[in-house]
Write a protein that binds this ligand. Structure first.
Ligand code: NAD
Length: 302
């Protein structure tokens, strides 16, 4: 596989995460050609953040040294790769940054390798704020030489880059990270609901947890900001979180690992998708627990 330098980047998917990540690349001097399936989105990106917009995925890929995908699911990535087809030149590197399914990514990599195109997976953690500041955690799967080759690009988007294994390993790691995030969010909301019924103030509880051993990412970065404020706008969809927990469970099944607690967690997030409806932010998950209890966090009761 080629080791040519990566200057021109086809960036496929300028959604909540892709937009600020591609903006970091453009800001760092890479030649970014963006495409998004949402009409006008890539054009808006180019006008606001720099780079160019392509009319379709194949046009973005033509002449690119690297193709970055950050799309909702592996299914979307498969569609995008198919749409790009031969427009991805031999010697190019595909960097799949979605939180995808490791087995699907292995399949994509094998198909691309047959045409002389290398692929790594590089899913991210840190949400929209760290995508904006270029401080994402990036979990890398693939051959060491291709991971090295991608580093100048990745360093424009992230600060904690860890090569965790072969192709798909980054995505397995990412799914397990989000399984912990999803479970930590749910157990935290239940604790707040119990506390409120007991007479504790949820906002005070969050402060106490954050200086105690119950602290987690949700107590630090989600409960006050998006749940108690009732804004529910962290910029990460509930459907995407439910998908990530399902991927973690799939990895559990493939490795024959019993996961009863994770299974309950998955069922709760999947049930919330139906109950709360489409298009919800993942922090709206608190409303699912509130409905089970019949109590709203922050309600002052006499
Ligand atoms: P998003 O829904 O905001 O953006 C996805 C974009 O992909 C949309 O603009 C959509 O129009 C576009 N798209 C869909 N199919 C396409 C196709 N075939 N070709 C071109 N564009 C297509 O999602 P997001 O929040 O940016 O998340 C993207 C990925 O990153 C997901 O896998 C998610 O799990 C992961 N992720 C998200 C966050 C977050 O905080 N939002 C954090 C870490 C990881």
């Amino acid at each position: 596989m080629s080791n040519r330098e990566l200057r021109r980047v086809a960036f496929i998917g300028v959604g909540n995460m892709g937009w600020p990540m591609a903006a970091r690349l453009a800001g760092a001097g890479f030649e970014v050609v963006a495409y998004d399936a949402a009409p006008g989105r890539a054009q808006a990106f180019a006008a606001e953040a720099g780079g160019r917009a392509a009319p379709d995925a194949a046009a973005a890929a033509r002449g690119a040294d690297a193709v970055i995908t950050i799309l909702p699911t592996s299914k979307h990535v498969g569609q995008a790769l198919e749409a790009m087809g031969d427009a991805i030149a031999p010697g190019a590197l595909v960097i799949e940054m979605s939180s995808g399914v490791p087995t699907a990514t292995k399949g994509f990599a094998a198909t691309l390798a047959a045409r002389g195109v290398a692929m790594i997976d590089a899913p991210v953690s840190g949400g929209v704020p760290r995508a904006r500041s270029g401080e994402l955690a990036i979990m890398l799967g693939g051959e060491a030489d291709q991971v090295e080759r991608a580093k100048p690009l990745l360093q424009a988007m992230g600060t904690a880059l860890t090569h965790v294994g072969g192709i798909g390993a980054g995505q397995a790691m990412k799914a397990l990270n989000n399984l912990m995030g999803a479970a930590g969010f749910l157990i935290g909301v239940e604790a707040l609901l119990i506390g409120q019924r007991f007479g504790l103030d949820p906002a005070v509880m969050v402060d106490v947890l954050n200086s105690s051993t119950g602290m987690n990412n949700s107590t630090q970065k989600k409960f006050k900001q998006y749940v108690l404020s009732r804004s529910f706008d962290a910029g990460f969809g509930l459907d995407l979180m439910a998908k990530d927990v399902s991927v973690a469970l799939e990895v559990g099944r493939e490795t024959n690992t019993p996961t009863p607690f994770a299974a309950l967690c998955r069922e709760m997030w999947a049930s919330a998708q139906g109950l709360l409806g489409p298009g919800q932010d993942h922090t709206a998950m608190a409303q699912f627990s509130e409905r089970l209890v019949g109590e709203t966090l922050g309600d002052k009761r006499a």
